[in-house]
Structure formats: C-alpha cells, structure tokens
Design a protein around this ligand. Sequence first.
Ligand code: ARG
Length: 576
Amino acid sequence: MDTFARFEQAIRDALLDTTLITADLIDLVAPKATGVQADLALPCFRAAKIRGSNPAQFAQTLANALKFSHESLVLKATALGAYVNFSLNPITFAQSVLHDISQGKAGYGRSNRGQQQAVVVDYSSPNIAKRMRVDHVRSTMIGQAIVNIYRSLGYQVIRMNHWGDYDPQLGISLAAMQHFQHRNGNGESMLASLEQQAQQYQADDQVHDLAQAWASKLASGDPQAISLLQQLVDLSLNANQANYRRLGVAFDVQHCESFYAREAQVVIKEALHYQIAQLDSHVAIVKDLLDEQGKALPTLLLNRSDGSTLYITRDIAAIKYREALYQPSKIIYVVKQAQELHFRQAFTISKTLGYTKADLAHVACGMILGPEGRANPHPRFSTTIYLEPLLDEACARAKTLLKQKAIEAKTAFTSEWLNEVAEQVGVGAVIYHNLQHDPAHDVVVDWDRMLAFDGNSAAYIQYMHARCCSILRDFGRLPQNYNGRELTHPAEQALLKELARLPQVIVDAADRYAPSVVADWLYATAKAFAIFYDACPVLKAETLALRAARGQLVAATAQALRNGLGLLSIAAPERM
Ligand code: ARG
C-alpha cells in the first residue's frame, strides 16, 4: 500500500472506531471548498440523513469524536459545513514517502495489480517494403510506453508487432527487391532505395507486367517468389531494428498478416456457419451487425471473390490466435485513429463468434505533422515524416544545445559524454513530445518546444534529474539516520506530495491507456523540485539534521524521476 492509500486507510479506521458511521457511508473525496487546507474530505449528507440529524451538526460531532496518534499519517480532522476535512501529518507523511521510495528503489510506483493476467499489446505494426510512416512512429512510442506501464503493474505483457504484408503493390515491391537482391545493406536507406525503385516501376508499363507476374507467382506458392518475399520481410525487419533499438523498443512476437491467412479461412467458414455472414457470389458478407453499444455497423466483406482474405478477417483470426495462446485479459491495439471503424467491426465479430473473453481496446493515435502543421508541411519532410531523420535531427540539435550549455557553464566535457547524452536527450525529446498529450491528439514537430530546457519537455525533466544527481555527488555518502522530522517547509511538502502520487499515476495511466498521465506527473514533479531547490538550500542547510533530510528528499526525487522516465522509455543521464 502506498502512502496515500495508507492515509485513506487510517481515516477509514478512525471513522469506524467512532461507531458513528458505517463503512458503506464513507466516501472520501478531494476537498472541494477553496482555501481549505486539507488533503481529503468526507461529505456527511448521507450519514446525517440516516441518523436523522443535520449534515453540519453531524460533521461536527464526528470530527469531535475522531482521534489520531502522533504516529498517524493523519494530523487532524476539522468540520467545515457538511464536510469533515482531514489533513496529512507532515512529519509522518515525509517519513512514509521517503521510506517507500528508499525501499522500493527502481520498483517504486510498481504494484502487482495485474498478477496472473496477460495483456497483449499490438503496436508499431508497419508494412513491409516501406519505411515506417508517421502513424507507425506514433504507435511505436505510445505502444512501448503502454507496455512499460502495464508491466510495472505486474501484468504479463506480450509485445506484438503485426507486420502488414498484403500491399496490393506487393508485386512491384518484389520486382524492386529482385533488382536490389545482390546489393549489400540493411538499413533504412536500403528500404528507401527500394521504395524509390518501386515508385519508378509504378510508372513503367513493362515492369507492370513483371509485377503482375510476381504477384501471381506468389499467390500460387512459387518458391522463388516466396524466397524473394522472405528477403523483403527480412530487409524490412532489419531496417526498423536500428530505430527500435534507439527507442528502447523490442517485441516478443513479430508475425506478418499472412501468418493468419489460413486461420482467416476458418473465420469465414464459422461466420457463415453461424449465419453472421451470408454468401453472395462467393463473397461472405456481414450485414446488420450491432456493436457493443447497440450502434449499427456498416456492411462489410470477409473475403474477395477470388477467395483471398481481407485485412479485417486476418485481424479476427489474430484475435482467435492470441486468445488460444495467451488467454489475455486485454488486447490493446495502438493504431491510428483512421482505423476506428475497422477495430469496432473486428471486435464485434470476434465477440459475436465467441473468439475471446478479453477486453478489446483500440487506442486511437493522432498523427505527427511537420513543423508547419498539416496544411503546410515542412519541405524537409515533404508530406511524410520518417523516423530516422526525425531522431537524427533531434539528436543533432540536442548536441548543439548541450555543448553550448556546457561552454556557458564552463564545465569540462568529453566527446563521449556529449555523444551519449545528445542521443539520450534527442531521442527523449521525440518520445516525450509524442506522449505528453492524449494519444488521439495530433503532434506538430516543434523543435524549440521539444528541446526547451526550461519548458514542458523531456530535456527539462532530464535536467532536473541530473541536478539531483549532481547534488548527491557533492554529498558523498548520504547520512542514513534521518528521522524525517525536518521536512515541513511548504516546498518540501509539495514535492513529497508529487512523489507520493506515482503509484496511483501508473494505475490511472494504465486504465486510461494514456502515457500522458505519466508525462504530466513527471513535469509536475520536476517543477516541484525546481521550486524546492530554489527555496531550500540542501548542502548548506541550517542544521546537519536538515541537511541529511533534504539529501534524502533529493535522492528520493532522483529515484522517482528515473522510474517515471523509464516508464516512457526515456533515459535519465546523470550529468547534463
Ligand atoms: N499495418 C497496418 C497499417 O499500416 C497497421 C496494423 C495494426 N494492427 C492490427 N492488428 N491491425 O495500417
């Protein structure tokens, strides 16, 4: 149980001890009245009504009957109108928070709420033979953060990359692949050349016939075509691998859609058998389907007239497969907004056919737009933003800024340090910029905001963490015999309150599928630290006891910031 949960528990226990109120009537809320210095409030309307007394009177009687010891996390209870307000005991609160963090260390904030439950996260999921587009970039970062968040709650998370290999232009890509077959190179640039070649072929009628030929060879299982496709898949996987590594992204399972093609045929048979679909000239058609909210869904097809499966059928087959293998309690899809209807249809059909008991969630992602926004995209990115140049540019800019800062502060630095930290700050900037708003928001690349050392950015949070580390370095060995009696300054208490929130923040972020909840917490905590550091000298504190206590607070802040950054896959350099 975290400190806030223990505070609530202490209030509940004390309330029950009065015997004036029963458990079902204890509904603690955030204090509503402005100017009230309290941390939780109990509205007394219901309890008073049952007792036939007036709420204000009842609140007063209740407050008078409550008792808290010196060791309690509750300092006092005061009646105000129809409410009893409770405030935290600053001394025991500080002790408890610092204890939680120093015991929890890298695990502070984690819990085992998800024990024995599997969660599948389907994210990134680009298409073969192409560089990752904006929507995949965003899905990759949001998806990875959701993975980290669910893992920290003790869920067994299966990270799945659902590669698209059903491009209608696949024949052209195969022809281009044949052209490049004996070239060396694995990276994104190789993929870019392949894409360019495919584009040139598009305009070439002769090659069109060749592409057609490849497509039908592939359909008939021709070994040469299959081997070429495999090379194409390998090239695509390899090309993205470097990007994934930079972003701290890794998968447990990477299947192409074609992996589900056979099971998709079973889906079609069963849909027909259970009369969810009707056959009309060899095509299985699903009509008059209602989604979970009872809303009518548009008619959809499960196959083409040549018998081949469709995107939706393969997704339904994938749900069936995931259920059979993992019995997940949730399957989370982090995919662009435009596929909202696709998932609603796939989920409804899967549930109707009884394929899964899991909660099925589509986390709809917005786009990343060039620095000028959608209407006027940045020439460098033309209409598309690719991942590698985006990360490279962020890191180059971070490098310039870090160097400038170090020179201004007259601190000596090595080029190893500069390169390493520039990568951490640059990549961190891109990730944070993508996660700091709700997933559905579009994101405009804004370099100044992304790398602002004094605004709502990863760099600012990383910088505050590095400041904590620098103070701790100056401390040398941190005195451990601190009794927590000192940290009563409002700036200290405000920082402690932020630190104490992390466990609940992680739960909220998971429930809302919103890494932005963690990002908001990080920013609030970094700001609270900056205010504390301005107001309260640490190394030069007035007394030794205070110095020790503040040292512990700084260590706890560093640990909590590190844990929060880790949840977003953002590095926490120790020197900046
Ligand atoms: N490859 C698809 C696309 O680029 C996204 C796949 C998302 N995942 C899924 N299970 N449908 O649009």
